[in-house]
Design a protein around this ligand. Structure first.
Ligand SMILES: C[S@@+](CC[C@H](N)C(=O)[O-])C[C@H]1O[C@@H](n2cnc3c(N)ncnc32)[C@H](O)[C@@H]1O
Length: 218
């Protein structure tokens, strides 16, 4: 399996390892290899050229519609997978490619994965299908909406033991300085947050903590 660890490519530093992965991926087809090299040299992320990014044991398909899963996310999600109890119920906020949800689904009883972007949800659904993962429910929703907790709880009988989130948290001035290999290829909605993004998710978590009538289904 291809292992790509440098998810954020700061400059088009085209090393021999990348060339090796490209050659391997296109099975030495010279025309396709040249094309891929040209795309890479123009700044396109390697993950878009190869079509996926490894995340734990999963190969996660990704494109311009979703954030490329980052190695640091893979690291904490893998630790969480190790420590979380069997059969936990998990709510993943801002699921993007579905990488976290699908990884945790290996041990969880059920996972609900929320995103505001229908495009992202489609990629996440595709990843679930590719890996034949059936215990994840994808929900369109906005975590800045204070009613989201009650809406998803009531409509989808969500009663999570664990809430995970990797919300967009890059502020505008930092976003404006991002390397084009990130800002031109990854969705703005997945990157640009506010200084309230994390707070919004905490507020959502509070719903489950305080909810007097937690749903009993699922
Ligand atoms: C930083 S990306 C994380 C994607 C994936 N969980 C990961 O770790 O690779 C943030 C995700 O949050 C979603 N998002 C942004 N604003 C949102 C909102 N208000 N409500 C729900 N999801 C949102 C974006 O579409 C994006 O998929």
């Amino acid at each position: 399996m291809l292992r790509v660890r440098s998810a954020v490519v700061r400059h088009v530093h085209f090393d021999s390892q990348e060339l090796h992965w490209i050659r391997e991926h296109f099975r030495g087809n010279t025309r396709l290899v040249y094309k891929a090299v040209a795309r890479r040299q123009s700044g396109e992320p390697l993950q878009h050229i190869l079509g996926s990014q490894p995340f734990g044991p999963l190969d996660i398909r990704c494109n311009r519609k979703v954030l490329i899963p980052r190695p640091e996310t893979e690291q904490w999600a893998t630790r969480l997978l190790h420590y979380m109890p069997e059969n936990a119920k998990v709510l993943d906020i801002g699921t993007g490619s579905g990488c976290i949800a699908l990884l945790l689904a290996q041990k969880a009883r059920s996972v609900w994965a929320v995103d505001i972007s229908e495009d992202a949800l489609n990629v996440a659904r595709e990843n679930a299908t590719i890996h034949n993962i059936k215990n994840v429910t994808f929900i369109k929703g906005d975590y800045t909406d204070s009613a989201l907790g009650s809406v998803i709880a009531e409509k989808h009988l969500v009663d999570p033991d664990i809430l995970v989130a990797n919300p967009p948290y890059i502020l505008q001035d930092e976003y404006d300085r991002l390397d084009p290999s990130v800002s031109e290829y990854e969705p703005k909605i997945a990157l640009l947050g506010t200084d309230k993004s994390v707070l919004d998710v905490f507020i959502l978590a509070q719903y489950y903590k305080r909810s007097p009538s937690k749903p009993t289904g699922s």
